[in-house]
Design a protein around this ligand. Structure first.
Ligand code: FAE
Length: 526
């Protein structure tokens, strides 16, 4: 090394050391300000979506004290309004600098603990809800009961009769499912997209169905008459609805809180789980502020732990805790994962000279095309809204297909996150169905493949319904108790083996009702 190199290297080393020191000092300073706390709670539920909310209500009704940890914000308590699609704001993304809707992400944001998050994998993007109420805050509210024969095919071990006579009707009542009035639908200008969608489907020889929803259609009729503040008719949905939608905070969670036995701690992000020698669990949890900064590190010790962090959240917690804390997990964890056959597509030039799909659109879908009985092209598709504040003469569809080739979730120790084995081979048949559908619709009605919305007209990488990876009866017992564990349960979408043939929250809720009822009967929480 010559003198010049020596001086340069030494200077770099010294400045490196200085920066390292100052970083360490800053981290230490931050650490001093971070509160540390240890809390004992007999039963902890992680996540406040469908599985978590059902578990909380039934346990609280049985007189059990429950602590629920939710990484997202309690929006009702915070009193912050949700944003709409045309003006994204605080609620529109989980700590991102830009909006993360499936299209048109032209909006800059100040990072905030918003309701919608997007998890980006190599070949697929997965959208999830964050906040007290989980996915119910951001979803379209479509409350669809699966076809009985497909339910039996997916869950051969379950008593379908009992599900269709008891659990599905129970959850429809608890979730406040209702159906739009046909006259309102016929006349309301905000449903032109549905009327056109159905008319065109019939012309192309497809069968349509009315789709129930948890959005209160009586409220929507009042919105239309300007008697109440507008929500669905004001482009509110995937960033939260200020009115009208019966999300979980207004149904299951509200009832659970009314028992006085539930405590919900929002902005509490569980990092990892440790199994103790006495079969209790210790959870390392970060309390965060609305900018995502850690304000406290809390250790929760619990006897019983229910994972309801949603498919991806539950898998992340189990796999990370296995890698870092040697938490035992069953060999099938991560397997049998699917996108519920989600495949988006669209059509441009839909009735461009006769009103198109409408400049005003309700955000709440009420129509679907049911092609499930066609053995060659088996799919169901939602006639989806695309409220852009003007008529774009474009129809949007979210197809739900069978998932004959399942994917797998694995854990990457280097970047401490999940990797998904999922590629074009998993979606090939879905694409074939979408091509068949779009071609048939265009042939009968005119229109083109939607290059306006998607590269090449197809959104193979858009997933709203991640399911599986911790399948009921495979890595859990018949009621969601994890194999290799005495006191650990999974109750959420990860129990469903990657597919259910329709939008999934009614099934997730019904399976959670079935599991928790039986776990309570078996004195698991005594
Ligand atoms: P989920 O509702 O995702 O709740 C999990 C909760 O756990 C979330 O609140 C997370 O913030 C929280 N969490 C995760 N990790 C942690 C952690 N480490 N610490 C603390 N908290 C954590 O779970 N389904 C339908 O049936 N009909 C629809 O119309 C529909 N539309 C949709 C539209 C959009 C845009 C999206 C994204 C989804 C839609 N879905 C729809 C899917 C549906 O919302 C989803 O299947 C369920 O919400 C999943 O329920 P889980 O109980 O599994």
């Amino acid at each position: 090394m010559n003198r010049k190199d020596f001086i340069t290297t030494s200077a770099l080393a010294i400045s490196g050391f200085y920066f390292l020191q100052s970083d360490l000092l800053k981290a230490a300073e931050r650490n001093v300000n971070i509160k540390k706390e240890t809390i004992d709670a007999p039963i902890v539920i992680i996540g406040s979506g469908y599985g978590g909310a059902v578990s909380a209500l039934r346990l609280c009704e049985a007189g059990k004290k429950v602590v629920m940890l939710e990484m997202g914000l309690n929006w009702e308590k915070a009193g912050i309004p949700y944003s709409n699609l045309l003006k994204p704001g605080k609620s529109s993304a989980w700590l991102k600098k830009k909006s993360i809707a499936p299209f048109m992400n032209i909006f800059s944001l100040t990072p905030f603990t918003g309701t919608l998050d997007r998890l980006d994998f190599e070949n697929i993007k997965i959208w999830v809800g964050r906040g007290v109420g989980g996915g119910s805050l951001v979803n379209g509210g479509m409350a669809v009961t699966p076809k009985k024969n497909y339910f039996s095919e997916v869950f051969p071990e379950l008593d379908a009769e009992k599900f269709y006579s008891y659990y599905f009707p129970l959850v429809q009542e608890e979730l406040k499912v209702n159906v739009i009035n046909e006259n309102f639908l016929k006349e309301c200008p905000y449903y032109q997209f549905t009327r056109v969608g159905e008319e065109e489907a019939h012309k192309a020889g497809f069968k349509t169905i009315r789709v129930p929803n948890v959005y209160d259609f009586k409220y929507m009729e009042k919105e239309f008459k300007n008697e109440v503040p507008r929500s669905a008719l004001n482009t509110e949905v995937i960033y939260g609805n200020n009115h009208g939608k019966n999300s979980l905070d207004k149904t299951y969670l509200k009832k659970a809180l009314e028992t006085g036995n539930l405590e919900i701690l929002d902005l509490h992000h569980v990092q990892s789980i440790r199994l103790n020698k006495d079969t209790t669990y210790t959870l390392n949890t970060n309390q965060i502020d609305t900018s995502g900064n850690v304000t406290a590190e809390k250790i929760f010790n619990c006897k019983k732990l229910i994972l309801s962090a949603g498919t991806m959240g539950t898998l992340q917690l189990l796999m990370r805790s296995n890698a870092e804390n040697s938490l035992p997990i069953h060999e099938k964890i991560g397997k049998n994962w699917g996108n519920n056959g989600n495949f988006m597509t669209g059509r441009n030039w839909v009735k461009p000279f006769s009103g198109g799909t409408g400049s005003k659109q309700s955000t709440i879908p009420v129509g679907g095309i049911d092609n499930w009985d066609d053995k060659e092209h088996t799919f169901f598709t939602e006639i989806a809204p695309l409220p852009m504040g003007m008529d774009v003469a474009t129809a949007l569809y979210l197809l739900i297909n069978r998932v004959d080739k399942k994917g797998e979730v694995i854990y990457n120790k280097t970047n401490r996150s999940l990797t998904l084995h999922w590629d074009n081979s998993h979606t090939a048949k879905m694409k074939e169905n979408a091509q068949y559908f779009v071609r048939k619709m265009n042939k009968a009605n005119g229109g083109t493949r939607s290059h306006f919305l998607f590269n090449n007209g197809f959104g193979a990488d858009i997933c709203y319904h991640p399911l599986g990876g911790c399948v009921l009866g495979e890595s859990t017992n018949e009621f969601g108790k994890l194999k290799h564990h005495e006191n650990l349960y999974v109750l959420d979408g990860s129990l469903i083996p990657g597919t259910i043939g329709v939008n999934p929250f009614v099934t997730i809720t019904a399976i959670a009702e079935y599991c928790i009822e039986n776990l309570i009967k078996q004195n698991e929480f005594a």
